[in-house]
Design a protein around this ligand. Structure first.
Ligand code: UTP
Length: 292
């Protein structure tokens, strides 16, 4: 088992649920209050101790890499005008000590395929995966950090889950933890992950929520994972195979998640992140009071 210092962030998908916004702009570059979604998750990774962020990207998504690179012209301009606060903001889009590494997924062949595209960088290491349209908030220990600690203490891969109404399970991948109770912040062994089950067949109401800590064996399994009926390689299929060889645990999110890949979730996140923003929270709360 290796320490978790690398995260794979797949950003090569088409973002069709967010059209027309995503026709010419990557979904991950859509702004929530004052930062693009991708910056929130890179900051989350840095806070959890990640050193290498491996973006699995596509030719149409160059702006994501540019966002974390230096913009010399902009910086020179801000410096000349003495706009030091803005200069600092422009210079710190990439957290200190974090390397941004980009690999390509030439075509969107599914999440499992996207993760496998990072294998030359991951090598023999265990690794994290973050789906960048899911943002998390936790006033206490960040959940990704807790998952990494659990993995490093036990060697068991961790899959983040959270409860959803039973009537909605057919929209999600659902964890089978053999009817066990799972409290917030706790992990328990999982025996299967069921994709979009009918409510009467669902093994639980615990949906998989966009954060994974995976043993390197999962990468090896992805190498030979077959495409499903849609022609995509699913990460779920590889994790299911992993469970047959090693203990994989469901980790119950302790904080709050926001699915910014769909319009309703994105709007909710905008309101809540706005109400937490240090410079805006008071005026925005006042505005909402008068307009809702
Ligand atoms: P989603 O299915 O939620 O994202 O995949 P999508 O394909 O961009 O969006 P919709 O469903 O069409 O609206 C979860 C994550 O996996 C990435 C996506 O970029 C997203 O961050 N992904 C998905 C890839 O990188 N490659 C793929 O082939 C599929």
């Amino acid at each position: 088992m290796s320490k978790i210092t690398q995260v794979v962030i797949p950003v090569a998908g088409l973002g069709t649920r967010f059209l027309p916004a995503t026709k010419a702009i990557p979904k991950e570059m859509i702004t929530l209050v004052d930062k693009p979604l991708i910056q929130y998750v890179v900051e989350e990774a840095a806070e959890a101790g990640i050193k290498d962020v491996i973006l699995v990207t596509h030719s149409s998504k160059g702006s994501i890499e540019n966002h974390f690179d230096q913009n010399i012209e902009l910086e020179a301009n801000l410096e000349a005008k003495g706009k030091n606060k803005l200069l600092e903001i422009a210079q710190t889009t990439c957290p200190n000590g974090v390397n941004i590494i980009a690999v390509r997924q030439p075509q969107a062949h599914g999440l499992g395929h996207a993760v496998y595209c990072a294998s030359p960088v991951i090598g023999q290491n265990d690794f994290a995966v973050i789906l960048p349209d899911v943002l998390l908030h936790n006033d206490n220990t960040p959940d990704l950090k807790s998952m990494i600690e659990r993995f490093e203490n036990t060697g068991h891969s961790q899959i983040m889950v959270e409860p959803v109404p039973m009537s909605e399970v057919s929209n999600y991948g659902v964890a089978d933890i053999q009817g066990e109770e799972l409290s917030k912040g706790e992990s328990k062994p999982m025996i299967a992950m069921v994709e979009k089950p009918a409510p009467e067949q669902a093994p639980s109401n615990l949906s998989v929520t966009g954060r994974y800590i995976l043993s390197n064996r999962c990468m090896q399994i992805l190498e030979t994972t077959e495409k499903c009926h849609t022609g995509e390689v699913q990460l779920t299929t590889a994790i299911d195979a992993l469970m047959k060889e090693e203990t994989v645990e469901a980790y119950h999110l302790a904080g709050q998640s926001y699915d910014c890949g769909n319009k309703q979730g994105y709007l909710q996140a905008t309101v809540e992140f706005g109400l937490r923003h240090p410079d805006l929270k008071d005026t925005f709360a006042e505005y909402l009071k008068n307009h809702v």
